[in-house]
Design a protein around this ligand. Sequence first.
Ligand code: UD1
Length: 395
Amino acid sequence: MMNLQALKWILVVGARPNFMKIAPLMRAIKKHNGERRTLNIEPTLVHTGQHYNYDMSQVFFQDLELPQPDIHLGVGSGTHSEQTGRIMIQFEKVLFNERPDLVIVAGDVNSTLACALASVKLHIPVAHIEAGLRSFDRTMPEEINRLLTDAISDYLFTPSPDADENLKKEGIPEDKIFLVGDVMVDSLLFNLEKAKKTHILERLSLQPAQQPTSNNLQSSIVNRKSVRPYVLLTLHRPSNVDNKDAFLRIINALTEISNRIPIVFPIHPRTRKRLAEFGLDNLQSAIRNLQLLDPIGYLDFLNLMMHSTFVMTDSGGIQEETTVLGIPCLTLRDTTERPITISSGTNVLVWNDTQKIVEEALKVLDGQCEKGNCPDLWDGNAAERIINIINDKKL
Ligand code: UD1
């Protein structure tokens, strides 16, 4: 009989965009163990508690069928140093107790860097999922998290060839870099059918948009019969919402766009807080045709996204999701760490420039939108590739 070697892995989640990146890995580990290969993986899921509201965290466990965390660090909010420091202190205790063979972190949030740093200091190997993305804007907290996490990680799993190039230019040895595709797309494709069945459109009295389909996947996803289309908006980057002038420039654009089409805006807690601080909490009544919602779960959001006329966002992941769905995306930023969503996908950068936002929105409304293609390896199998590489290399 073959001897099964047991490997202890810790997988880290902390903030909202982590959940959909780790869920496919948990599934791939289960499948791998079911196939009884030479390595049996014992996963421990650690939640740092960076995000903690039901609608920023728990709803994603339900929607993505993620197992409940084995360990919850409960660190909560704080300044960058407070949050990063608290996660490191708590996570180090977990590392002492669990002595894992590998720690897996994803994305670019404070939890990603904090857990990677605590691990390498104890000589525990780290795998970084979604490595190599660069906006080249070091004022973004995420860019610092990406640069540092990549510099100290042992295994760098990248979503697209531009990420490999960035890492090589930074002097990272090629044998640490593995192009595997996008785990976020794994979650999207896995959950698409379920997402179509949620009742969010009826709940909000919305109808799906009818617009030219821009790729095959999109036309197979949605039957676009419709009467009352809408735009889906998300906004939470500090550079847009912590600065009143920038925020007002975006609000001015929204006011104009809402004369043509209703806007649906699930609002991030950071953004809601700033609106109150800036005395702008009358936004809903000030802009005709704006629906402000609390943050919504993964499946409802996918449903809203796939049926929208277009999306406006400053999120990173949504640029990828709209590219896969073939939905036009106006990104409210001046840089992106995901340039492939512009060169191959449906993404256009409009920053917080009122005129540019309105111009690009009108182009889409007049039918002149980007026709996107899905990048290579964004096919739903990235997590399995990661597990296979680790298995082959016996990392
Ligand atoms: C974090 C990530 C960002 C990611 C975003 C997704 C970092 C540096 N930033 O930004 O990359 O795109 O998550 O949401 O890691 N809050 C709540 N409830 C929660 C979570 C947050 O009320 O469950 C409020 C708190 O007031 C907190 C503020 O939102 O101070 C900001 O949260 P934080 O995690 O610091 O940063 P995000 O803006 O969410």
